[in-house]
Design a protein. Sequence first.
Length: 196
Amino acid sequence: MGSICCRQTCMAKFSPDPGPTPDADLVEAIGRGDVSAFDELYGRYRDWVFRLAYRLTGDEHDAADVLQDAFLYLFDKAPRLQLYVKLTTFLYPAVKNLSLTILRERGRTVAAEPALERTLAAKTDPPGSTRAELAVVLAGLPEEQRETLLMRFVNGMSLEEIAEVLRIPIGTVKSRAHNAIAALRRDPRTRAYFDL
């Protein structure tokens, strides 16, 4: 499988186009064996799944494996699944767990710093700052805070969706986001990003 997106644009904020047919209807159709419904959902969400997996694994081949496994997971769950949330909210934990499994199998850990640097590739640097510095500061945040920021600002998830995916109270999500942003504002390497 070839690369789904190039390295320079792979980590830009991305929200899938929901299309004319609601995702829940397509999931129900998949459960009845409708292959065209599966193709429709795959077309809508493959780039989102790949980008998330790539951010977590830091490797295109691993991200492609996660992409395949995530849609196999969806296909397997479809006959019993009643989708009451956005499909990204349903898929996020699966993609994260599949990515972590691949990393464990390969004896690696989450590729925080390089993936964060790619995440910021499309951003404009304020005077006196660089994306590399921002990536280093983000990589130094506690994992929970970093994940919350990336879910919010890269994956475009609402605070409510983050709370549901992580199975934590919304107040905890707000606290993590607040503390992470406060840390970025305090750090001289990233303060300029908030002065724009």
